[in-house]
Design a binder for this molecule. Structure first.
Ligand SMILES: NC(=O)c1ccc[n+]([C@@H]2O[C@H](COP(=O)([O-])OP(=O)(O)OC[C@H]3O[C@@H](n4cnc5c(N)ncnc54)[C@H](O)[C@@H]3O)[C@@H](O)[C@H]2O)c1
Length: 301
């Protein structure tokens, strides 16, 4: 599906990014495999994971090149996109997948952990998209695929930094979709569920939790790749500004905020009438203080 296309996949040394890069190459794309080889919290550097993916793609006859710049620096993102143009002559799609985690319960969340997570996920996705945008405009085509999360779309404990970044990415994607549709550019989000080092820290201290982890292991990163490849390909013309959750063998179109219910008083509101009239009327439609697992409450199928 990607013959003649050049794609950049960030964070492609591990997990979901790695699986996406391999399937992109299998579908005939030339791939820039970008990864700094960081630990889960973003510390350290290691070229090995990215190089292994490049080697694997080349060993099966595909085209790939390694990029070890960080998406978290604007100049780094420029170099990542430039690598596609320098090595393969163009850039057709960018998958913003690189990510880190620094979980902490809100009152203990440090400024450093807030900033680091926002920097890699939200700023990194902006830097990468911005770097690709000028090429996309010039060639009047392009596709962006961003990884969001149900931690942001729905909610999760101890992830204020990550959730804020991931929901910010949805707004970024929507804004790009609006601004760049005139240049035939599409921008969509995937909200993946996958067993990776990012999710494998779930405790298994009871038989129930251990059984749940075993079921979750079915959700391999490879299950996410077909949707990412499709969204990067010309087959997805007309698919723009959407959010797809991908969970084992399910693909879910996620809703986006819309007015749910409204109350109106011709004479306007006082704090008292808000309390006595508006809230009781709206309460029936309140969204619960829910976590991702409350909403995606069924086992992966
Ligand atoms: N695994 C899941 O269930 C899940 C759920 C929701 C969202 N996501 C999102 O999917 C994406 C991939 O997650 P994963 O589970 O495969 O994680 P992972 O930790 O296995 O892989 C992330 C990769 O990103 C790289 N990286 C980190 N900082 C970077 C930077 N500044 N520049 C370039 N590369 C960098 C890391 O070195 C790592 O190889 C992330 O954006 C994550 O937030 C994952």
């Amino acid at each position: 599906m990607l013959q003649g296309k050049v794609v950049v996949v960030t964070g492609a040394g591990n997990g979901i990014g790695r699986a996406i890069a391999l399937v992109m190459a299998r579908e005939q794309a030339a791939v820039v495999v970008n990864d700094i080889g960081a630990g889960l919290a973003g510390d350290g550097r290691d070229n090995t994971p990215g190089q292994q993916v490049v080697d694997e793609i080349r060993a099966s006859g595909g085209q790939a090149v390694l990029s070890t710049d960080s998406v978290a620096e604007a100049a780094g993102a420029e170099r990542i996109v430039q690598a596609a143009v320098d090595h393969f002559g163009r850039v057709d799609a960018v998958v913003n997948n690189a990510g880190i985690l620094r979980d902490a319960i809100f009152h203990k969340l440090s400024v450093a952990d807030w900033e680091a997570v926002i920097q890699v996920h939200l700023h990194g996705s902006f830097y990468m998209s911005r770097a690709a945008a000028r090429f996309f405009k010039e060639q009047q085509s392009g596709a962006l695929v961003h990884m969001t999360s149900t931690s942001g779309l729905i909610g999760n404990l101890g992830q204020a930094n990550y959730s804020a970044a991931k929901l910010g990415i949805v707004a970024l994607s929507k804004s790009i979709a609006l601004d760049m549709a005139r240049f035939n550019v599409r921008s969509n989000c995937i909200s993946p569920f996958a067993w990776s080092r990012m999710t494998s820290s779930v405790p298994t201290d009871t038989p129930e939790k251990a059984a749940r982890v075993e079921r979750n292991k079915q959700m391999t990163p490879e299950k996410i790749a077909p949707v990412a490849v499709y969204l990067a390909s010309d087959a997805s013309q007309g698919v723009n500004a959407q959010v797809f959750a991908v969970r084992n063998n399910e693909i879910v179109l996620m809703s986006q905020p819309r007015p749910l219910r409204s109350v109106h008083r011709g004479e306007g509101w006082t704090p008292q009438t808000v309390a006595e009239h508006a809230m009781p009327a709206l309460r029936a439609s309140f969204v619960g203080v829910e976590r991702s697992s409350d909403v995606f409450s069924w086992d992966p199928i």
